[in-house]
Design a protein around this ligand. Structure first.
Ligand code: SAH
Length: 486
């Protein structure tokens, strides 16, 4: 079992700093006893320009069997032999992850007394794993590592090179490249190697949830494949998985709440042309959305990513609107929405018009079919870019309401927020913020692919140089309007 980590450097920052960060000297080969065999750390190359550390785990198959935790995947009859004859000595598996954490535990925590600034900053890294068991193949490998900022090369290994017709094995040769902090890289590997292997070799105790959350701190809560990662890591113990998912959701919301950016998002739009008190941008956004919904004569409306239900409340005030469904992935947001709307105490005639449901917009959901309009207000920028096609399909391909209204920040306007540091996004949970050109490009592509027309408008003061603070697109399904008129 073998893994390499490389970095490049310069005269000022020699690549050999990697030795300090890993707490392992580049000129020494060292060996450590771990519970499943011996781990060796050595450096095949160590120069100012390029430095590579290798971790080789020599698995002791007898120890594995003795520990009673190295059972093969087969049925009871081949169990005895499978204990000894299996892929463990060669493939990077959960055992390698365990060795990684044993040998590089300080580096995983990001602690480095001699080079603290190097530990804290992203480095050009390249991780190589020649044989990685990957359940689900290269596509799953990419889905796990790409959202974390890695460029992934995952080449399937043939089952037997002499017999190509046998197809691929469940192993891939993996190369990860990216600019990341070393501690983050190690924690990604620590969690994702066993997830890909999907065969943990030690018992799952409840402290595994703590281990997972510690290693996943800062990246797992926002990972689009969080559920797959959590359930596989915890060997599909559903009660533990649920516990982990709930704690991750809380962590994500806490991170979002903490950022001062929410204030910016709801900041007063000083430029609003009214004599009295300036109108908060969030209010102007809801007015713009209501205007578009009225123009489309929409009676049954989806508020997708409804958050705490402010727009739902506004929609219910309009008697022409007969049904409002708020959808959000966050149970906490939905609970807050129900409280804000006083759903419990609403007269039946009113409460019949509204429903709050939990769901993710990146999955097709039959409950969302057949509505007049869907609103995505300040939602798309909360999704990782690679997940946008899934949302596009679920909303424009499967649910297919006659109208879709999308609002999102205009990144060009950020220079006008005096309290926002240069280069920062408006909200801690935003995965991207688009310029007007980027938003148009995306929206026009969606319209073309899905059979919609699209029009754009500005929300908030339209600055001559940088445009408005919020941009809005109104999509109309091409086959919707003519039918009625004719
Ligand atoms: N529409 C509200 C809230 C915007 S904040 C407003 O305009 O004020 C973004 C919301 O999208 C959050 O409540 C978040 O939980 C939700 N969200 C993010 N990703 C989601 C997903 N994949 N599926 C459903 N909701 C999601």
């Amino acid at each position: 079992m073998f893994l390499t980590i490389s970095t490049t450097g310069s005269a000022e920052y020699p690549a050999t700093d990697l030795g300090f960060l890993l707490h392992k000297h580049p000129e020494k080969a060292q060996s450590f006893a771990t519970s499943h065999g011996t781990a060796h750390v050595f450096y095949p190359e160590a120069s100012e320009r390029r430095c590579t550390a290798a971790l080789l785990l020599e698995v002791d198959p007898v120890a594995l069997v003795r520990r009673g935790k190295g059972k093969g995947r087969g049925g009871p009859s081949d169990m005895a032999l499978a204990g000894y004859v299996n892929d463990r000595p060669y493939a990077a598996s959960s055992l390698l992850a365990v060795a990684l954490s044993a040998v590089f535990s300080t580096a995983m925590k990001g602690v480095c007394r001699t080079r603290p600034e190097r530990a804290a900053e992203p480095l050009p890294l390249c991780v190589g794993i020649p044989a990685l068991p990957a359940k689900g193949g290269a596509a799953v490998v990419r889905a796990l590592f790409e959202p974390l900022g890695w460029t992934v090369t995952a080449e399937p290994r043939a089952l037997d090179e002499r017999f190509p017709e046998w197809g691929d094995s469940r192993y891939v040769a993996l190369t990860l490249e990216g600019r990341l902090r070393l501690s983050d890289a190690l924690r990604h590997l620590y969690v994702l190697l066993p997830v890909l292997d999907d065969a943990k070799h030690y018992w799952i105790a409840s402290d595994e949830v703590d281990k997972l959350l510690r290693a996943g701190d800062g990246w797992l809560a926002g990972h689009p494949e969080q559920k797959l990662i959590t359930s596989r890591y915890l060997s599909r113990r559903w009660s533990l998985t649920r516990q982990a998912m709930e704690r991750l959701e809380l962590a994500r919301l806490a991170a979002a709440d903490d950022s001062e950016a929410e204030e910016i998002d709801n900041a007063v739009d000083e430029t609003a042309d009214t004599e009295e008190r300036p109108v908060p941008l969030a209010v102007r956004r809801r007015e713009a959305i209501l205007g578009a919904l009225r123009a489309a004569a929409a009676g049954r409306i989806l508020d997708l990513g409804c958050g705490q239900g402010q727009l739902v409340g506004e929609l219910l005030k309009d008697a022409r609107i007969t049904e409002v469904v708020g959808v959000d992935v966050s149970v906490r947001a939905l609970t807050a929405a129900a409280r804000r709307l006083r759903l419990e105490r609403m007269p039946e005639r009113q409460s019949d018009r509204v429903r709050l449901i939990q769901g993710s917009l990146t999955y097709t959901d039959t409950r969302l079919k057949g509505y007049d309009a869907a609103v995505l207000s300040e939602v798309i920028e909360h999704l990782d870019l690679p997940r946008l096609p899934a949302l596009e399909y679920a909303v424009f391909g499967a649910a297919r309401p006659a109208s879709v209204i999308v609002t999102t920040p205009n990144a060009e306007y950020n220079v006008r927020w005096e309290t926002l540091p240069a280069g920062r996004m408006r909200h801690g949970d935003h995965r991207f913020e688009w310029t007007r050109a980027q938003f148009r490009h995306w929206a026009q592509g969606v319209a073309e692919r899905r059979g919609y027309g699209v029009e754009f408008s500005a929300v908030g003061d339209d600055d001559p140089e940088v445009g408005p603070p919020t941009q809005m697109a109104v999509f109309s399904r091409s086959d919707a309007s003519e039918g009625v008129a004719a």
